[in-house]
Write a protein that binds this ligand. Structure first.
Ligand code: A3P
Length: 305
């Protein structure tokens, strides 16, 4: 996506005081502009060889995206750096003018497409299931998602201001954030994983042993990677390298959308940063609610390594 600098300047000025609101689709809060084109999103036509990456926001979408893109390219870093990540991988549930919507961008793209969504399982366009598309779901523990989302909502101009951390703590727990409840999201996709071609992975596992997890993905995608390609992918998708990669760190995203002077997109990239945010009392409340909501789900998350 290219824009001339004068246009960008004017847009930045125009958007300075614009506040974006959330709408709702089937009880799930979504950016109002997403709701406006909901019919187009729900009727999106998937193709058989698409690969879909599904995540709750801040679960490490950009990380898994970069990994899968490089697997598809057999570790060819040069080719992966031909465009920013948000151009290479259309985000089907986003609609921010003057950029093309995710649906428009995906429709204009040749196969094989790598696509991204934050939608909960019941909102996924049915054509993905009709075409038996392979999906990689990347999950991250709720405490780190909450801390990461708080900072992201401060810098992302198309999402509501999060307020103070103490306010946000309850906003997040009640599921009143864009794309809805973290609990519904991770559990919904977990339950669906055996009904469809879904590979369910965890941020914490990827942090612990990226090579092991990348092997799982390449097997799922029927890609035979050489040891050299595997090593290249591990190196190129490490936090330190991605933070400096202009095609992965969102520095190409106009600042009227992401204001990285407030908080960088590639912020900490750690397991356990929640400890720098949660008060002792908040942690007790959180653990109590978490236990009830996750009971019987069969899902286990690690909050430290
Ligand atoms: P933090 O805010 O905790 O640092 P998403 O891409 O879903 O918006 O998620 C962004 C989060 O993933 C941010 O978390 C970001 O730093 C982290 N992230 C991005 N690339 C990463 C990488 N290569 N390794 C580890 N974490 C990464």
């Amino acid at each position: 996506m290219r824009m001339d600098s004068q246009l960008l300047k004017e847009l930045n000025e125009k958007m300075k005081d614009v506040t974006f609101t959330l709408g709702e689709i089937q009880g799930v809060p979504l950016p109002a502009n997403t709701c406006k084109i909901w019919d187009q999103i729900y009727n999106f036509q998937a193709r058989e060889d698409d690969i879909l990456i599904a995540t709750f926001p801040k679960a490490g979408t950009s990380w898994i995206q970069e990994i899968v893109d490089l697997i598809m390219l057999n570790g060819d870093v040069e080719r992966s750096m031909q465009a920013p990540c948000f151009v290479r991988v259309p985000f089907i549930d986003i609609n921010v003018k003057p950029m093309p919507s995710g649906v428009e961008a995906a429709n204009a793209m040749k196969s094989q497409r790598l696509l991204k969504t934050h939608l909960q399982i019941h909102l996924i366009p049915p054509s993905f299931w009709e075409k038996n598309v392979k999906v990689i779901y990347f999950a991250r523990n709720a405490k780190d998602c909450m801390a990461s989302f708080f900072h992201f909502q401060k810098m992302n101009r198309i999402l509501p201001d999060p307020g103070t951390w103490d306010e946000y703590f309850f906003t997040f727990l009640s599921g009143n954030v864009s794309w809805g409840s973290w609990f519904d999201h991770v559990i919904g996709w977990w339950k669906a994983k055996d009904k469809h071609q879904i590979l369910y992975l965890f941020y914490e596992d990827m942090k612990e042993d990226p090579k092991r997890e990348i092997r799982k993905i390449s097997k799922f995608l029927d890609k035979d990677l050489t040891e050299e390609a595997l090593n290249t992918i591990c190196h190129h998708t490490s936090f330190a390298i991605m933070k400096e990669n202009p095609m992965a760190n969102y520095s190409a995203m106009p600042s009227f959308i992401f204001d990285q002077s407030i908080s960088p997109f590639m912020r900490k990239g750690k397991v356990g940063d929640w400890k720098n945010h949660f008060l002792v009392a908040q942690n007790i409340i959180f653990d109590e609610i978490y236990k009830k909501k996750m009971e019987g789900s069969g899902l286990h998350f690690r909050t430290e390594l």
